[in-house]
Design a protein around this ligand. Structure first.
Ligand code: BMA
Length: 309
C-alpha cells in the first residue's frame, strides 16, 4: 500500500479549468477558509512567466477557478523591480486571524521571498520581501514560539547541497538566528537538494514537515516528496526524518509535462478523520491531490529515520 493514496480522478485542475490563458496549473498553497477549501496555484503564462490563481471547493476535490488571478507581478511601487519575471509557489499560513502568503518573486536580481496577507481571499496586501536574493521555499509555522514567528527556509549556496534551515522573527519582517536542520544525503533520493513544501502541520506527536527532495539522473532530475517530524514546543529539534520518500512521479501526468518527473507540494490540509490531503503539482503542468494517514507519516519519521544532517 502506498503511504500517499492518489485521488482516482487526478488531475483535479488543468489549464482547461482556468478561464484566462495559461499553459499550466500546478504548485498550490492550500487552506480551509469558511468551510471552503482554497487553493492558490501557480500557472505559467504563454510567455513562460508565472502568476498565481485562486480556486475554491466545498469538498477538496472539485475546484472552481476564479475569473481573475489572485497574485500577479506588481506593475508599480516598491515590489515592481523584484517581481518582473513572475511570482511562483505560494504557501498559506493562518495565524492571528490573518492568512499569510509567502511566494517566490523572480527578477533580474534573482529569486527572493515576498510576504502578503489576506483576511478574505478577495483582497491582498503585499507586505514586504522577507529574504534577500537566493532564497525559495519559505513556510511559516501557524503558531508563535516564545513570542517569535518561526519559518523553515531554503537558502542557495555553493558549499553544501541546498538544505532546510529554520529562522526566527519578532515581526514577520526581520528574520535571523538561522540554523541548518536537514541536509540532503549522498547517494539518496534527495541527494541534490531539498526544500520545505507544505507549511508544517501540527499533530500530537510533533510538526509534520512535508518537503521535496531532488535526485539527478542521466535523464534529468526527479522531484519527490519526503517527510520529517519536528518537536512540538521547539521545531528546531528534529524527532525524525523518514529515510524513504512518500511520493514519487509514477502517473503519466507526473512523468510527462512542462518539466518531466516532478511531484512538488506547497500545501496540505489535515482533516478531522486523521488524514492529510496533500496537494501537488504533476510535471509542473497539472494539479493533483492524495491522502495519507497522519499516523502513518509520523510512524515513518520515527521508525525509519535517517540522520538529518
Ligand atoms: C523548482 C521550482 C518549482 C518547480 C520545480 C520543478 O526549482 O521551480 O516551482 O516545480 O523546480 O521544475
Amino acid at each position: 500500500m502506498p503511504i500517499v493514496k492518489r485521488y482516482k480522478k487526478n488531475p483535479i485542475l488543468t489549464k482547461h479549468d482556468v478561464p484566462y490563458s495559461v499553459s499550466t496549473v500546478h504548485n498550490a498553497g492550500a487552506i480551509k477558509f469558511n468551510e471552503e477549501y482554497i487553493l492558490l496555484f501557480r500557472s505559467h503564462l504563454l510567455n513562460g512567466r508565472s502568476i498565481i490563481g485562486i480556486a475554491k471547493s466545498k469538498d477538496g476535490y472539485n475546484f472552481k477557478v476564479n475569473s481573475e488571478p489572485f497574485i500577479t507581478p506588481a506593475t508599480d511601487g516598491e515590489f515592481k523591480i523584484y517581481e518582473e519575471y513572475g511570482v511562483e509557489d505560494p504557501r498559506i499560513t493562518y495565524i492571528n486571524g490573518e492568512y499569510l502568503i509567502t511566494y517566490s518573486a523572480y527578477s533580474r536580481y534573482g529569486v527572493r521571498i515576498g510576504l502578503a496577507k489576506t483576511t478574505d481571499f478577495k483582497s491582498l496586501e503585499k507586505i514586504a520581501f522577507i529574504t534577500e536574493s537566493d532564497y525559495r521555499n519559505v513556510v511559516i509555522f501557524p503558531e508563535k514560539f516564545n513570542n517569535q514567528y518561526v519559518r523553515l527556509d531554503r537558502p542557495h549556496t555553493g558549499i553544501i547541497p541546498w538544505s532546510i534551515w529554520i529562522s526566527y522573527s519578532p515581526d514577520l519582517i526581520h528574520w535571523g538566528n538561522s540554523k541548518v536542520l536537514i541536509k540532503p544525503l549522498m547517494y539518496h533520493w534527495d541527494e541534490m537538494k531539498i526544500g520545505p513544501g507544505a507549511p508544517p502541520i501540527r499533530t500530537d506527536k510533533g510538526w509534520l514537515n512535508i518537503y521535496h527532495g531532488v535526485f539527478s539522473t542521466m535523464d534529468g532530475s526527479i522531484y519527490r516528496l519526503g517527510v520529517a517530524l519536528h518537536k512540538l514546543d521547539d521545531p528546531s529539534i528534529i524527532l525524525g526524518v523518514a529515510d524513504e520518500w512518500i511520493l514519487q512521479p509514477e502517473e503519466i501526468y507526473e512523468q510527462i509535462g512542462y518539466v518531466h518527473n516532478v511531484v512538488f507540494t506547497c500545501g496540505a490540509i489535515p482533516e478531522n478523520d486523521g488524514t492529510l490531503k496533500i496537494y501537488w503539482g504533476g510535471a509542473d503542468t497539472v494539479l493533483c491531490v492524495g491522502e495519507a494517514k497522519i499516523e502513518d507519516l509520523i510512524n515513518l519519521c520515527l521508525e525509519k529515520s535517517r540522520n538529518p544532517i
